[in-house]
Write a protein that binds this ligand. Structure first.
Ligand SMILES: *Cc1c(COP(=O)(O)O)cnc(C)c1O
Length: 386
């Protein structure tokens, strides 16, 4: 089956009792043994649950992996992956990774002696320079948050493999509709299903997918040992969300492109960050490795902090909120919200200034989205003139 059909059908048909079309929510902690040592494949929900299994099969199929674990949050997915490593193992991580990823990497460095180096991986040659004898993995996140820089997954995976290291990709921003890292040589894919996969801002969840069965098995073992599995109800909601993933991603992108073009021509905007724009510094790589450019757009306002506040307070349809990937449009001010905990020198170095605004463009009517953004921006040009 093709991707769109698999979003709807993969793993879903689980009801042997009544042939329900939808996977039932097996809201149970435990399962009765038919006889001593005899089960129907499940004994305890921390270890495994049919609803969770359905979601795991579905996401594994979409990414083209051999197995997956569905976890309670995106961070629990990352936690499970980090337990593949031992103290003194070295991990090279993209310098502008998700803040929570940075936090747990530093925590594991402090607690367990994991060695971490942050590197600007936009030049794949920098990975080679950072390799050490004990380098066991490269942590890739592309496009990055909030500047939407693109990393070359294939080039980085080749270098990692030459060194016997794993290539791990956080694919949250693209979803398997727009990017499938296994096709580009990655070994492990991480998701915050909280974002596009669920898509309705009503669940926090995560997933890890493996290309090799041996890694998939180890991840299952770790997920059970660490107790990171997602609840049956959350898994059911994410399964439900994924059924519309393809049409949602198409609409997100269609709207995001129009927003990016609108902002590019607006006098209140200094610079637009969207990999779909030909002027984006990594546009070529994005075009080569992605099936689409996604629904995230960032921009620098042509103004000061007071102007930024004016925009954030003037929007009506866009909600001032963190997170992304839901059907509704959200607006975020990275410096005071999502990236507030980031070291300010590092933030400056990465190019995240106080005039930066990040949009998660929803799937509302594009005319309402543009009207709202236009009104908010005119508040700035007005304020500046008056
Ligand atoms: C949100 C996010 C995470 C963390 O996921 P949670 O579900 O919030 O724990 C990890 N990586 C990326 C890129 C994210 O956007």
């Amino acid at each position: 089956m093709r991707l769109q059909s698999r979003t709807i059908h993969a793993g879903v048909d689980k009801d042997t009792a009544y042939n329900s079309i939808m996977t039932p929510i097996y809201q149970t902690s435990t399962f009765r043994f038919a006889d001593i040592g005899v089960t129907k494949g499940y004994d305890y929900t921390r270890t495994s649950n049919p609803t969770r299994k359905a979601l795991e099969e579905n996401i594994a199929s979409l990414e083209g992996g051999t197995g997956a674990v569905a976890t309670a949050t995106g961070m629990s997915a990352t936690t499970v992956v980090l337990h593949l490593f031992h103290s003194r193992d070295h991990i090279i991580c993209t310098h502008d990774c998700y803040g929570g990823t940075d936090r747990i990497l530093r925590l594991y460095q402090e607690l367990f002696g994991l060695q971490i180096t942050y590197v600007n991986l936009q030049d794949p040659g920098n990975l080679r320079k950072a390799l050490r004898p004990h380098t066991k993995a490269v942590w890739i996140e592309t496009p990055s948050n909030p500047l939407l820089n693109i990393l070359d997954i294939r080039a980085l995976s080749v270098t990692a493999h030459e060194h016997g290291a794993l290539s791990i990709v956080d694919n949250t921003f693209m979803s398997p509709v727009n990017q499938r890292p296994f096709e580009l040589g990655a070994d492990i894919v991480v998701h915050s299903t909280t974002k596009y996969l669920n898509g309705h801002s009503d669940v926090v969840g995560g997933a890890v997918v493996a290309r090799e069965p041996a890694i998939a098995e180890r991840l299952q073992y770790l997920c059970n040992a660490l107790g990171q599995g997602a609840s049956p109800f959350d898994c059911w909601l994410v399964l439900r969300g994924i059924k519309t993933l393809v049409p949602r991603m198409k609409l997100h992108e269609e709207n995001a492109r129009k927003v990016a073009h609108f902002l590019s021509g607006h006098p209140a905007v200094k610079r637009v960050y969207y990999p779909g724009l030909p002027g984006h510094p990594n546009h070529e790589v994005a075009q080569r490795q992605q099936y689409g450019f996604g629904g995230m757009v960032s921009f620098d306002l042509n103004g000061n902090l007071a102007d930024v506040h004016r925009v954030l307070r003037s929007v009506r349809l866009f909600a001032l909120a963190e997170s992304l990937g839901g059907v509704e449009s959200l607006i975020d001010h990275p410096v005071s919200m999502t990236h507030a905990s980031m070291d300010s020198a590092l933030r400056q170095e990465a190019g995240i200034g106080e005039s930066l605004i990040r949009l998660s463009v929803g799937i509302e009517d594009i005319d309402d989205i543009l009207e709202d953004m236009g009104n908010a921006l005119s508040a700035v040009t007005h304020g500046a003139n008056g």
